[in-house]
Design a protein around this ligand. Structure first.
Ligand SMILES: *Cc1c(COP(=O)(O)O)cnc(C)c1O
Length: 360
């Protein structure tokens, strides 16, 4: 077997141990005589998986009891619309615009005709940082941030304080560091970057906030529908939730989210050091104080597209894939989510150092 190091932004790497366990039980799930994929979502066999996934998220992410954990479909992009549909009270909704994903969330609130207020943006400087001053009003219906900007490689080190409910799109950094729930009222994430396969969307929402949901929101788009039925109102993405449960078990075996965070810091430091010590051969996109631990976006000096393409090709030949930067900023991007091993990052850093020496 020869597996590559997958630096792709999403769907992204899944721990090998998880894939192997899923493979082992794929055809006959723990002696039940059928695959978990084939099991009714109303069966005891599936329910155990569902409850295990929910229980492990609550335990490891330390989700307080006054929050519901939901498994939805439609990806993070559906949340761009569900959040305003459910949480708007007819007043203003406020955003910090830190890149494409925030912009898409802003677009949906505009489509719904809400009073949209962008209080801060880093657009002018190519989304290379998280704004220093983010002045959310305490009386906004809600305040909205994207905790990690997958494309630009920037990440909040602290969430802004506001008395308005804070909504966080954590699609690309969920489960990568402990969450301060005193600041967050609704957090959502498509699973396919840091939590599992595509098809599951995790929503963690304060119960209190659900009192806002108005009668004119269709059933499938109401948080309350899914909260009241424990995410079993209709058929949930059962196989994805199973893989998510295995990933949570894997995190637990690694020592929990604090231990994962430490590993993430070490991995990111290896890459940023390689960039910083390259005598300007590599240029990181994000300003230092906004650097993401999950997505490292960088260029080669003078945005030399030919050299960048050569490095991507060389990496691919050496078993490292997914390094081409997003089309909006070019260059390279190494996504180093929880599942990326330190060995993978070390292999990339070795190649980068060698390439810089040869092409300086
Ligand atoms: C990938 C991504 C999305 C979009 O997720 P989908 O599940 O494809 O809709 C939204 N926000 C962020 C931060 C992302 O990285």
């Amino acid at each position: 077997m020869s597996r590559v190091y997958n630096f792709g932004a999403g769907p992204a790497a899944i721990p090998l141990e998880v894939l192997e366990e899923a493979q082992k039980y794929l055809v006959d799930f723990h002696g039940h005589g059928l695959s978990i994929m084939e099991a009714s979502h109303r069966s005891k066999m599936y329910d155990d998986v569902h409850e295990e996934a929910l229980g492990l998220i609550r335990e490891l992410y330390k989700v307080p009891e006054d929050y519901d954990i939901l498994f939805l479909q439609g990806g993070a992009s559906t949340q761009f619309a569900m959040v305003p549909m459910n949480l708007s009270l007819g007043g203003k909704v406020q955003f910090c615009d830190t890149g494409s994903w925030s912009s898409k969330a802003i677009k949906e609130a505009n489509i719904l005709g809400l009073d949209v207020d962008v209080v801060a943006s880093s657009k002018e400087s190519g989304y290379d940082h998280i704004p220093d001053v983010i002045d959310f009003s305490d009386d906004a219906d809600y305040a909205y941030i994207t905790s990690n900007n997958t494309i630009y490689g920037t990440e909040y080190k602290n969430y802004p304080s506001t008395k308005a409910p804070l909504v966080v799109d954590a699609s690309s950094d969920i489960f990568s560091y402990p969450m301060d729930w005193s600041k967050v009222d609704l957090l959502f994430a498509g699973a396919q970057k840091n939590a599992g396969p595509s098809g599951v969307t995790i929503v963690i929402i304060k119960k209190e906030l659900q009192k806002r949901v108005k009668d004119n929101v269709p059933s499938m788009f109401r948080y309350t529908t899914h909260a009241e039925k424990n995410s079993l109102y209709n058929t949930p993405p059962t196989f994805g939730i199973y893989i998510l449960s295995l990933i949570m078990k894997w995190i637990k075996n690694k020592g929990g989210i604090e231990a994962i965070q430490k590993l993430n810091e070490e991995k990111a430091a290896l890459l940023y050091d390689a960039i910083d010590n390259s005598d300007g051969f590599y240029v990181g996109h994000a300003k230092k104080d906004s650097r993401s631990l999950m997505n490292v976006s960088f260029n080669i000096k003078d945005k030399d597209a030919a050299l960048e393409a050569e490095l991507v090709k060389l990496a691919t030949e050496n078993g490292m894939i997914g390094l081409k930067g997003h089309r909006s900023i070019g260059g390279l991007r190494a996504s180093i989510y929880n599942a990326m091993t330190k060995e993978g990052v070390e292999a990339l850093v070795d190649l980068m150092n060698k390439f810089a020496k040869e092409n300086r």
